[in-house]
Design a protein. Structure first.
Length: 349
């Protein structure tokens, strides 16, 4: 489809769920041989194996709250979103949430709470979380707001409900911007795509809070920009091993060690790769490659899935994969509702 087509919206939301569901198998594994990844993915095609449904984790549980809130309120409403996060956690606490964010979600359920951003500010002795929990649920902001200034503003505020460290919320802004650009067809020109992201993040990371957090955490002055430059360097290399990707970009639970990695997975898999089956299209390659990195596989595959799905569209996702994933059908339907909201806003409605 063309820029911002319904197919791209469906691709983004469904592939994010898929990445989470299929990635759960390997989350936390240090080494994941590509053979094991391919076996896992092949087993999804085989109805006789009786795999049943692959359950989604916190990544999708929270993204679904973001989607429902944006749709119900026809825009961003922090109190409504916070209430949905808290309610979802209390209904299904076993979705594999980060150990720190649980405290925030419990506090958000208190009816006495006047400032919904306060529990997140109290995390980690007042430093806030730099985990990737804000980024893993950021894609819907790109599907609700056509203006990139709104995408940045609301992805930031949505992440701040749980992640008040700039290394957490700026990861969410970067992920939402990557989905926004991909929806517009910007991955047709990969080098321009990465340079646009760097330009945007130069601006995002120029504020005092970011410079301060980066100094305290002994990171580069503009941590996400520095990582995106590494992505760009890796793109220019003729051969890159999985070990080099992990050592340059990371595969961990911090937003800084996973959002640029997810972006690299998408860019690297735009072309066929020796280590991946020839019959795989770009979306399948992206998911398989994300899993083979090990570490935070559900979240990296979820974020890479959203960016890749926005590029390739829903037709690129195998039906057999969709059928195996809890929440994929809901995502398919919600994508249409978000598409309508996006169009209304584009037309000034
Ligand atoms: N939590 C997981 N996976 C591991 C456990 C799964 C589960 N227990 C099971 O076995 O089923 N996955 C999910 O968590 C990630 C998103 O985490 P989020 O929402 O960012 O959580 P949190 O707690 O805020 O941060 C995660 C960890 O990062 C470290 N951290 C963050 N900020 C820190 C700071 N300022 N100082 C020191 N450490 C900090 C802490 O270790 C946090 O616990 C996704 O992968 C999702 O899939
Ligand atoms: Mg998870
Ligand atoms: Mg994870």
């Amino acid at each position: 489809g063309g820029p911002a087509s319904l197919s791209r919206f469906r691709g983004a939301l469904v592939a994010a769920v898929l990445g989470d569901c299929v990635g759960g198998e390997f989350e936390g594994a240090e080494e994941v041989p590509m053979e094991s990844v391919l076996q896992h993915l092949i087993s999804l095609d085989d109805d006789t194996k009786g795999n049943g449904i692959l359950e989604y984790s916190d990544d999708t549980a929270m993204a679904r709250c973001v989607v429902q809130s944006l749709l119900t309120r026809a825009g961003f409403d922090e109190r409504d979103m916070a209430r949905r996060f808290a309610k979802e956690y209390s209904a299904s606490p076993g979705r594999g949430y980060g150990s720190g964010v649980i405290q925030v979600l419990k506090k958000l359920s208190s009816p006495q709470l006047s400032d919904v951003y306060q529990p997140a500010r109290d995390q980690f002795n007042g430093r806030g979380s730099f985990g990737n929990g804000g980024a893993m649920r950021a894609a819907p902001f790109a599907l609700a707001f056509p203006d990139p200034a709104d995408v940045k503003k609301f992805a930031h505020r949505g992440a701040m409900l749980t992640h008040s460290c700039s290394l957490g919320y700026n990861g969410a802004v970067l992920q939402a911007l990557a989905v926004h650009l991909s929806l517009q067809g910007a991955l047709d020109l990969p080098l321009k795509f990465i340079s646009t992201l760097i330009t945007q993040m130069e601006d995002v990371e120029s504020d005092e809070a970011t410079l301060n957090d980066a100094r305290i955490l002994k990171e580069a002055e503009k941590p996400f920009c520095e990582r995106l430059h590494r992505v760009s360097d890796l793109m220019h290399r003729s051969k890159v091993s999985i070990e080099e990707v992990i050592s340059e970009l990371g595969n961990g639970i911090a937003a800084l060690h996973s959002v640029p990695t997810a972006i690299f997975c998408v860019l690297h898999c735009l072309q066929p790769r020796e280590c991946l089956p020839e019959n795989y299209g770009g979306l399948e390659r992206t998911i398989a490659y994300s899993l083979a990195l090990g570490g935070d596989t559900d979240t990296i595959a979820c974020m890479a899935g959203a960016i890749a799905g926005a590029h390739y569209g829903i037709e690129a996702i195998p039906q057999s994969w969709i059928k195996c994933c809890e929440g994929a059908e809901d995502a398919y339907m919600n994508a249409e509702r978000l598409h309508m909201l996006y169009q209304q806003t584009s037309q000034g409605g």
